[in-house]
Design a protein around this ligand. Structure first.
Ligand SMILES: Cc1cc2nc3c(=O)[nH]c(=O)nc-3n(C[C@H](O)[C@H](O)[C@H](O)COP(=O)(O)OP(=O)(O)OC[C@H]3O[C@@H](n4cnc5c(N)ncnc54)[C@H](O)[C@@H]3O)c2cc1C
Length: 332
């Protein structure tokens, strides 16, 4: 494969997972699904994104084989779960998209220890553990990602987060080698695991014994709350920004959250093209139909700047804005 260097990123322009030679080589090396020219919009809750080669491994061994094939060809990777926290580019990706789903979604448990495949949807993990009388993941019923995406993002809600229950995480590195990390080796912080560059394959969590009926009721209550309080069923990525750090300024008499701050800056209902700051919850930006990544990026930049001017706080994005080679893009 030719290796023309792109601008200042130093990346080879023509190294692409879209190349027919690479797609054929990958298909020969792995089991699972390899789809060339697949729509990323179908793999993002924003329903936004161009096309890419998407590989859904059939097993952990196939994941490693696919990662090795990409590494040997000099092709970067981008791992996606349920795409509930990513904004893909309109032009699609030249990185190989590794989709964690069926084949990597097994569940087993012994007493309070549960082993969860990274491709398992977190709401399934929440319901399944609660139904069997185990507490600690039940609050994730309204976080529409995978187990792997949840751990990578250290997702959380209602006072719980993945870091509270994780014991061990098995990861595959960029060369396809597997390794198990104990919780002490993972630098979890607010909406961050520090697992950059690693693919989460399986997670061991330790849960608390609880009352089955009470947990079931709690799961339903939290799920209803989600549906009532957020534009849950509309195309969006959940919270666009992380909550601001530090104490609220003197005289601030509302929750010191990104949603309140954006609302206070008068941004509810503000639109860029077909994307709008939700009138229901200001930290949710909703694709009202046919929105582009460029429009979402413009709205993020506008909201960030308006909040800085009017409230004096600089918000940091929670959504991962993805560049053409799978890199994270910072919006200023
Ligand atoms: C309606 C709605 C409500 C939401 N509510 C919440 C909430 O209450 N709390 C909260 O924290 N989040 C919330 N989110 C955001 C999102 O659901 C979480 O961040 C979720 O954990 C992302 O999981 P995912 O599988 O969709 O990850 P993706 O969006 O697919 O990916 C997110 C990031 O994780 C990485 N990643 C995904 N899987 C893996 C893996 N196996 N190994 C390594 N890296 C991986 C990706 O590369 C990317 O950088 C919400 C989103 C929506 C749409």
């Amino acid at each position: 494969m030719a290796r023309d260097v792109e601008g200042d990123s130093g990346r080879a322009e023509s190294v692409s997972a879209r190349s027919p030679e690479f797609v054929a080589a990958l298909m020969g090396a792995v089991r699972g699904e390899v789809k060339a020219g697949a729509s990323l919009a179908r793999h993002s809750t924003y329903r936004i994104g161009g096309s890419a080669t998407i590989f859904t491994p059939a097993s952990a061994a196939d994941l490693s084989a696919g990662v090795q094939a990409a590494s040997a060809a000099g092709i970067p990777l981008f791992v996606v779960g349920l795409g509930s926290n990513v904004l893909f580019p309109d032009a699609g990706l030249d990185a190989l998209v590794v989709r964690m789903g069926k084949g990597l979604d097994a569940v087993r448990h012994e007493a309070d220890r549960w082993w969860l495949g990274a491709g398992l949807p977190a709401p399934h993990a929440a319901r399944k553990t609660a139904q069997q009388g185990w507490a600690g993941l039940h609050m994730m019923v309204g976080v529409p990602g995978t187990v792997g995406g949840g751990v990578f993002m250290n997702a959380g809600c209602h006072g719980g987060q993945w870091a509270d229950v994780v014991e061990q995480v098995t990861v595959v590195n960029a060369q396809g080698a597997a390794r198990t990390l104990s919780k002490g080796e993972i630098p979890f912080s607010y909406r961050r695991s520090g697992l950059d560059g690693a693919i989460v394959v399986e997670v061991e969590v330790r849960l608390r014994e609880g009352n089955r009926e009470e947990l079931d009721r709690e799961v339903e209550r939290l799920f209803e709350w989600r549906q009532r309080g957020t534009p849950f069923n509309q195309p969006c990525c959940g919270s666009v920004f992380k909550n601001p750090e530090g104490p609220a300024p003197a005289g601030w008499n509302r929750p010191w959250t990104a949603g309140s701050v954006i609302e206070e800056a008068g941004l509810k209902g503000t639109a860029e093209g077909a994307v709008i700051v939700s009138p229901m919850h200001a930290n949710y930006f909703v694709n009202t139909g046919g929105a582009t990544a460029a429009e979402v990026r413009a709205l993020i930049a506008r909201a960030r700047e308006t909040v800085r001017e009017r409230i004096g706080v600089v918000l940091e994005t929670e959504v991962k804005v993805i560049g053409r080679f799978g890199e994270y893009v910072t919006i200023r």
